[in-house]
Ligand binder design. Structure first.
Ligand code: IPM
Ligand code: SF4
Length: 472
């Protein structure tokens, strides 16, 4: 029997099999750090008199707490400022490269790794952050780890972890015009639930996945963790190689060819078996939006708010009831009638250049509705530069949106100055919509950049196809 991509990468990195609790000891090729969840790991390292084993395979960036309003913008929370300073000091002390606000290479940790060519097929990548799954788009095995594991990886460049099962998500056919990778992954999570991928690594495959850009694949893999899975992967192919070819530090000539041949060999063998398979028909996927307080509580934009009685289990019914109360929604009302006052385009889910282009395309010749605040925050300094080069900044500001000069997590998580007020309601391109995620008592509807931009124009949840041609 053949092996899956995940099995091959796992086997190739296993230093010791079946240790304590049955976990395997994996070698880590790349360790990424940000300011949250790392200060205690460095404290532990120091207390034990240890050093960082491979600072050359470790990279830090400040992203969660940083103000994105300007280079000199102040941290609104002393604890956040302290964490960011600790990251910089710890990285400097241990010889780890760190990207500070204002650096060319600065940005959200999951956005900068691929841009800088740090992530390649077949690698193992870990980071103190659940959305490390994003990097699986390159055929790397990438997942989040906790603070004590960060300390272990810093000290040893290895990690004890349990071998997950393999799940295939096969997406047949072609996505219709107007449907995006975000809609695809939201449709998947609505179908399998927030625990649907638990204990598994999801491999996305099929015609519709093959057709996605690297940006789209990153959006897909990013939200794998919202389905409870350990990681998400896409088999490396010509799209992957074309993206990597232009990245810094890639081999040249015959060395490049040899590398590509190796990457191709990592793809799942035709006779490999998955523990579970879910098949989705891409042609049925429509623009999606969340109505509840977890990403599975989502529906097509043209649907109605469901009632609790439409759910199969008592747990789902209770969760729906609670979500509807928090979101202040009435069952049976149209999602498209929900008024919003905030729009956020950004985050590691949808803060890359393709996402900004998509949002700008919808906004071109249109205006953000009165009373709506639209925030566009690039995922990295490189995305910001590219957006300015392409004149997207002018489209955003011309439409009345706030286009931020500094990259960061911004309103995705509310760990900085970008928070919503109680009772405010956003369409957000981020990945989490739990109670209070973007501000105390604030309400979040997750969607694609296209839906977010269209909603900014009308002031209610809207798919671009429903905008008509009101461009000036
Ligand atoms: C702060 C960090 C640990 C957290 C995560 O792990 O995902 C954050 O990035 C998030 O999106 O909630
Ligand atoms: S952008 Fe949001 S989801 Fe991504 S790492 Fe930052 S806080 Fe987490």
């Amino acid at each position: 029997m053949g092996s899956t991509l995940a099995q091959k990468v796992w086997a190739g990195h296993t230093v010791r099999r079946g240790g304590f609790g049955g976990d395997d000891l994996l070698y880590v090729d790349l360790h990424l750090l940000h300011e949250v969840n790392t200060p205690r790991a460095f404290d532990g390292l120091r207390a034990a008199g240890r050093t960082v084993r491979r600072p050359d395979l470790t990279v830090g960036t400040e992203d969660h707490n940083v103000p994105t309003i300007s280079l000199t913008g102040l941290f609104d929370d002393p604890a956040g400022r302290r964490q960011a300073a600790q990251l910089r000091d710890n990285c400097d002390a241990f010889g780890i490269p760190v990207h500070r606000r204002g650096d060319d290479g600065h940005g959200i940790v999951h956005v900068i790794g691929p841009e800088q060519g740090l992530v390649r097929p077949g690698m193992t990548v870990v980071c103190c952050d659940s959305h490390t799954t994003t990097l699986g788009a390159f055929g790397a095995l990438a997942f989040g780890i906790g603070t004590s594991q960060v300390e272990h990886v810093l000290a040893t460049q290895t990690l004890w972890t349990g071998r997950p099962k393999d799940m295939a998500v096969t997406v047949t056919g072609t996505l219709p015009a107007g449907a995006t990778a975000k809609d695809l992954v939201m449709t998947l999570i609505a179908r399998i639930g927030t625990g649907g991928g638990q204990g598994h690594i999801i491999e996305y495959r099929g015609e519709a996945v093959d057709a996605l850009s690297m940006e789209g694949r990153m959006t897909l893999c990013n939200m794998s963790v919202e389905a409870g899975s350990k990681a998400g992967v896409v088999g490396p192919d010509e799209t992957t190689f074309a993206y990597l070819r232009t990245r810094p530090g890639m081999p040249e000539g015959a060395d490049w060819d040899a590398e590509v041949a190796h990457w191709k060999s990592l793809r799942t063998d035709p006779d490999a078996e998955f523990d579970r398979e879910v098949v989705l028909d891409a042609s049925t996927i429509r623009p999606y939006v969340s109505w509840g307080t977890n990403p599975a509580q989502s529906a097509p934009v043209d649907a109605r708010v469901p009632g609790p009685d439409e759910f199969a289990t008592p747990e789902e019914r209770t969760a729906a009831e609670r979500a509807l109360t928090y979101m202040d929604l009435r069952p049976g009302s149209r999602l498209q009638d929900i008024g919003i006052d905030t729009v956020f385009v950004g985050s590691c889910t949808n803060g890359r250049i393709e996402d900004l282009r998509a949002a700008a395309e919808v906004l071109r010749g249109r205006r953000v509705a009165d009373g709506v605040r639209m925030l566009v925050v690039p995922g990295s300094a490189a995305v910001h530069r590219q957006a300015v080069d392409e004149g997207l900044d002018k489209v955003f500001t011309g439409a009345g949106a706030d286009f931020r000069p500094i990259a960061g997590c911004s309103m995705c998580c509310g760990l900085n100055e970008d928070r919503m007020k109680a009772g405010q309601r956003a369409v957000s391109t981020s990945n989490r919509n739990f109670e209070g995620r973007q501000g105390k008592q604030a309400r979040t509807h997750i969607a694609s950049p296209e839906v977010a931009a269209a909603s900014a124009v009308t002031g209610r949840i809207t798919a671009p196809a429903d905008l008509g041609d009101g461009r000036s």
